[in-house]
Design a protein around this ligand. Sequence first.
Ligand SMILES: CC(=O)N[C@@H](C)C(=O)N[C@@H](C)C(=O)O
Length: 594
Amino acid sequence: MIEFPKPTVEQFFTSYNINNFTVSPDEKKILFSTNMNGKVNIWAMDAADTYPYLFAQKDENTNFIKFDPKNRYVLAGYDHDGDENYQIYATGPEGGVPKPLITGESDEKYFFAKLSQDGNKIYYMTSKGNESFLNTEVYDIETGEKKTLHEGERGPTYLVDVSNDEKHTAHLQLLANTYILGFIKTSSGFEYITPDPDKVHTVSGLTFIKDDEVWFATDYESEYSYLAKYNLTDKAFSKVMDFGYESVTEVQFNRDANMLYVTTEKGVVDKLYYYDLNHDQSDEIILPFASIKQLSTVKSGDLYVLGGSATEPFNIWRYSHEKWNTLTKNRVLGVTSDDMVEPETIRFKSYDNLEIEALLFRAKDENSNGFTIFWPHGGPQAAERKSYRAMFQMFLNRGYNIFCPNFRGSTGYGSSFVKLVEQDWGHGPRLDNVEAIKWLYNNGISSPEKLFLVGGSYGGYMALLLHGRHPEYFKAVVDIFGVSNLFTFYDSVPDHWKPIMERWIGDPQKDKERFQKDSPITYLDTMSKPMLVIQGAKDPRVVKEESDQIVEKLRGSGREIDYLVLDDEGHGFSKKQNEIKVYKTMLEFLEKHQ
Ligand SMILES: CC(=O)N[C@@H](C)C(=O)N[C@@H](C)C(=O)O
């Protein structure tokens, strides 16, 4: 019998990211954005042979891809080295080098919203002239003329749908992550679609079912988002259907089939349902994966989904005639799901009896090195879910367990739970993390000598804060683009985040004491453990200054801090070479400090 060696850690570097995709109107071509050749580009697959080929090369991240319904062009939004200043480019139907179409100064944003039915008009939002609230404009591809449709106010305002007769537009107005209003603009003004816009609630997934009716997800007067509708003629809001303890996250309408597809989230997994408007009937569509990144419905009635699981990289799947098929084969070289680690979902009670859910990945016995990585997730109004992270499976292969608590403020556990982090970044959520660590100790999974702390973004903030306030719990710390100072973070976020900052974090003047208490930089003296800081130089969310200041101050007081800056990355590592550099640096750092 031939014996084959165990998978090496390098093998886990071979899967790639699929960020988004689109299906051509005739369903013969799929385009997807991926770092398959090292940098992010658009690749195509023709349904007939499905062999992927490079379609459009710009070596930059994309935030959407869209086919002209008449197949004259393909649109995509590109930023520059992760700066998130997305602008709209076009290629011909056969691809090529993208040409600027709706672009401006390098610091301006042009976010695609919608194409008209005939493909002659492009609706989009721009920061030009309205950095904080954004304006909605429409571009005529025949004349090249641009027209302002709506000037955003109070919060960043996004066009999400246009009625079939193009008389009405549906918009979202973001006042906080937990306070998002929906409104419809008509020839005579605009109307909010939920009964009381002064009540804090969210609206998402707005879609016109008829020219005078939108359906959407909302948590208006509810803990969990449900499916609702608003009729312009009757001025009537009503609940269509709720999904119990699941929150509706997305609503997609297939006009040809008169069918709605609804995704929901519950804790660490997603679910999918159809709602047949002809028969007023709904049922679950069982998924072969745990989480959905993108969902698209096409004329034939088929569904296309970018789906993944903790042990399966994201792939594009098609659901046709009640069967799922994967169209892409994004996988780890020579490694199947069975060679990877599926997490256990555990629950524990926090300091005030609040129940917290967490994912526990246990390294396989044959790999285990006895160490655990404690991972507070980013967001913070997000969650660690059953979706693929190459970094996790790589660490597990090297023998580390990983523990990820969905502390208060995480999504997927109801509207009240997600609000618990607002204006409390550093107390309640920190104590949940402390209880999570105690749970690891009490259950014999880890100890202060065997625990590493690693986190990115808000997770990096939490890693820094836990390091400063509870250094005795950890052996060493990795901070990936974490917020180090709430005062400077407040001032440096992108302009269109500024309207939501007060409800999210607080006010630097009114809450000065709390900002000080909850800023990791206040606890420099007790940050005594070895630390690695990783930062993208173009990060627009948590800017490099957040990492620079903590590194400089700690180094200034004689501490040895490893600092890795990626010059051509933003809030994440999209280029394969950079991703490998980050993983290798982290592995070496943890090995050195075992
Ligand atoms: C405004 C907002 O909630 N942004 C988040 C998606 C975000 O980017 N947060 C950062 C701080 C993170 O933790 O990822």
